[in-house]
Design a protein around this ligand. Structure first.
Ligand code: 3PY
Ligand code: MG
Length: 255
């Protein structure tokens, strides 16, 4: 079952200022074997409800933190494709070669950490879009050979520093940028306050409003009930990590 075109769906909904509310699992260590088991088991549980509620719509592959590297993307992507689930890697840096490689493989978009200016966003557009918009190269790959089919992957720079916050409107306005993914934990650290407290919460709400007003996609990693409470305003909700899931399960077993 191929993943539906999440990128096109989110772009269209965002242009209508209509939050999409797609929930995703942030994956930082799962192997292809275990991602297949997790997605398969979840789908069976969702099917059993008959309502479709509780589905995992996308997986964020965390290449910046945790245990995954670029070589893990294709095996995990194959599993997600079979399950009809979109894949959005969060890259380790702004490096254009890594962006080209994961996009060549057929991911539905990229999340790029720590973007702080329109100029940085313009460099990312150049890395992800082919000419005439950008400068991305073409070559033998899953996408060019027709194995994976993603017409135009999402480009989501992360706003997660005071500098990024100040430039959020300019970053979102760059042609070729699809929206902004908020990193609330780095943002809180950068603003010098604990996650969930002011001024970080006000900053997050401000970015959501700015991006929504621009008709672009807004996502955020949550991992806390107070952040998850903002989910109704978001297009992409990174609910929590595979690590949290296993820690919670172990805590339940060892009471
Ligand atoms: C952050 O909160 O800083 C993140 O990068 C979340 O993934
Ligand atoms: Mg971060």
């Amino acid at each position: 079952m191929p993943a539906a075109d999440l990128a096109a769906t989110l772009r269209a909904a965002a242009a209508d200022r209509n939050p999409s509310g797609r929930r995703g699992l942030w994956v930082s260590f799962l192997s292809a074997y275990w991602l297949e088991a997790v997605l398969g088991a979840r789908q069976q549980e969702v099917d059993a409800t008959g309502s479709g509620a509780g589905a995992i719509a996308w997986v964020g592959l965390d290449l910046q933190h945790g245990d995954l590297g670029l070589d893990d993307v294709v095996p995990l992507l194959r599993v997600a494709e079979r399950a009809g689930v979109a894949v959005l890697p969060r890259l380790a840096s702004h490096a254009g070669d890594a962006i080209g490689k994961v996009v060549d493989a057929g991911v539905q978009g990229v999340i790029v950490p720590g973007v702080e200016s329109a100029d940085e966003a313009i460099a990312l557009v150049r890395a992800i879009r082919p000419p005439p918009v950008g400068g991305r190269s073409t070559g033998a790959a899953r996408t060019s050979l027709g194995v994976a089919d993603v017409a135009e992957p999402l480009l989501l720079p992360m706003v997660e520093t005071a500098g990024g916050l100040a430039a959020a409107a300019e970053i979102a306005a760059v042609p070729g940028v699809d929206g902004i993914f908020i990193g609330p934990y780095d943002l809180s650290m950068s603003l010098g306050c604990p996650p969930g407290e002011e001024p970080a919460m006000a900053a997050i709400a401000g970015v959501v409003d700015t991006v929504r007003a621009a008709g672009k996609v807004v996502g955020m990693f949550t991992g806390r009930p107070d952040l998850l409470a903002l989910a109704q305003d978001l297009d992409l909700i990174g609910v929590d990590t595979d690590v949290t899931a296993i820690r919670r399960g172990i805590a339940d077993l060892f009471v």
